[in-house]
Design a protein around this ligand. Structure first.
Ligand code: NAD
Ligand code: UDP
Length: 389
């Protein structure tokens, strides 16, 4: 652990140790943020979640160098009166808790809206009432579709960045019709962002809103049938990892034409640490956090993951590495998609001097090395198991 006296913020001021109430600490982003805070800072974490599998290695054994700086509180923020007490005794609240897998947005829209809006309300209220600083995790999905996607296919304006680059302070939020329930998540996140912004404006809440653009890396989601439900549909990294581990074709939804920018979780966590330790520069801001240089179509992602997995596993790829599948077949009724997501980085660069570093190939190489090491044997055994008659 770094000595607290040696730590200074971007303006040269000493960073004092703080107590951070991290809600959703047991998830993908939470597990990486906990690791970073424990290994590189003197801060204490009150880790709140209903699960702790992804942070077990940080909680046990008691002899770990940071023992005493992390406490796990197993609670559901929907209905637990202990939440306000934990917020009251913290200096900062980081709220990561959410349902955030697209397969749920159109199939469980009520749970999605409750989780992303209603369940976040008490967190915002307790922060506002008790004058606590809040870092709230929103999403890049708040932008919805690009303006360019509504232009005629052959319009030259589609090539103009003004019609597709997503900027925190100027881009509109463009969602599809209500029956496309995919947008239940984006809309709930948008309303909680507006509420937090209004609490800042009217009641002086100190807040920062984070909009992650496809952060990926080890421990993201689950591998169906291994550490999650067999029929579950995780986000694309885990879907494609699962297909590669099982030597099945990767499924390209609606031709795999949608575009995404992927950022390595470890780069993104550096940005969050800067927000935590530089409140004067982060408060009152909404930050895009992504890597505009790592843009691919989903088809290109599938091709690159196939090559990288071959390299790290030493196995040749299968004869038909990808197949096309309709979104209705894959996700069911009410699915819709964001066409393209390139973050504008001006604000985060100016306020916090942050830039992502890791290329898509490199981040896939380290992530798929982890996936292979963690799951290949378990998948092999699951496939070999005779089906019960
Ligand atoms: P995740 O699902 O891995 O983590 C969310 C955690 O919140 C889970 O451990 C879950 O158990 C916990 N949680 C949910 N509801 C809870 C409740 N009622 N009480 C207690 N705990 C609860 O997801 P993640 O990828 O780590 O995402 C974290 C946040 O970042 C979410 O708000 C998500 O919307 C946002 N986000 C992430 C990405 C990304 O690229 N990973 C992209 C956009 C937005
Ligand atoms: N996708 C796909 N095959 C899969 C899983 C996802 O083609 O097995 C596509 C999905 O339709 C979307 C993109 O990959 O266009 C990214 O999906 P993800 O679930 O990671 O979340 P999103 O970026 O849409 O929030």
């Amino acid at each position: 652990m770094a000595e607290s006296s040696a730590r200074v913020d971007l303006d040269g001021n000493t960073i004092n140790p703080m107590t951070i109430c991290m809600i959703g600490a047991g998830g993908f982003i939470g597990s990486h943020l906990c690791e970073k805070l424990l290994s590189e800072t003197p801060h204490t974490i009150l880790a709140v979640d209903v699960y702790n599998d992804k942070i077990k290695h940080l909680l046990e054994p008691d002899s770990l160098p940071w023992a005493g700086r992390i406490q796990f509180h197993r609670l559901n923020i929907k209905n637990d009166s202990r939440l306000e007490g934990l917020i009251k005794c913290s200096d900062l609240i980081v709220n990561l808790a959410a349902i955030c897998t697209p397969a749920d947005y159109n199939t469980r829209p009520l749970d999605t809206i409750y989780s992303n809006f209603i369940d976040a309300l008490p967190v915002v209220k307790y922060c506002s009432d008790n004058n606590k600083r809040l870092i709230h995790f929103s999403t890049c999905e708040i932008y919805g579709k690009t303006i360019g996607s509504y232009l005629p296919k052959d319009s030259p304006l589609r090539q103009d960045p003004a019609y597709y680059i997503l900027k925190e302070d100027t881009s509109p939020c463009i969602f599809g019709p209500i029956e496309k329930q995919r947008w239940s998540y984006a809309c709930a996140k948008q309303l909680i962002e507006r509420l937090i912004f209004a609490e800042g404006a009217e009641n002086g809440l100190e807040f920062t809103i984070v909009r992650p653009f496809n952060w990926i890396g080890p421990r993201m989601d689950f591998i169906p049938g291994i550490d999650g439900p067999s029929e579950g549909v995780p986000r694309v990294l885990a879907c494609f990892s699962n297909n590669l581990l099982r030597r099945e074709p990767l499924k390209l939804v609606d031709g795999g034409e949608s575009q995404r920018t992927f950022v390595y979780i470890k780069d993104a966590i550096e940005a969050v640490l800067l927000m935590i330790e530089n409140p004067g520069r982060a408060n009152g801001h909404i930050f895009n956090v992504g890597n505009p240089n790592n843009e691919v179509t989903v088809r290109q992602l599938a091709e690159m993951m196939t090559k990288v997995y071959s390299k790290v596993s030493g196995e040749d790829s299968i004869e038909t590495p990808t197949i096309d599948v309709s979104s209705k077949e894959f996700y069911g009724e009410g699915y819709d998609d964001s066409d393209k997501r390139i973050p504008d980085m001006t604000i985060i660069n100016k306020q916090l001097g942050w830039d992502p570093k890791t290329s898509l190939w490199d981040l896939l190489e380290s992530t798929l090395t982890y996936q292979h090491r963690t799951y290949a044997e378990a998948v092999r055994q699951a496939i070999a198991k005779p089906v019960a008659s």
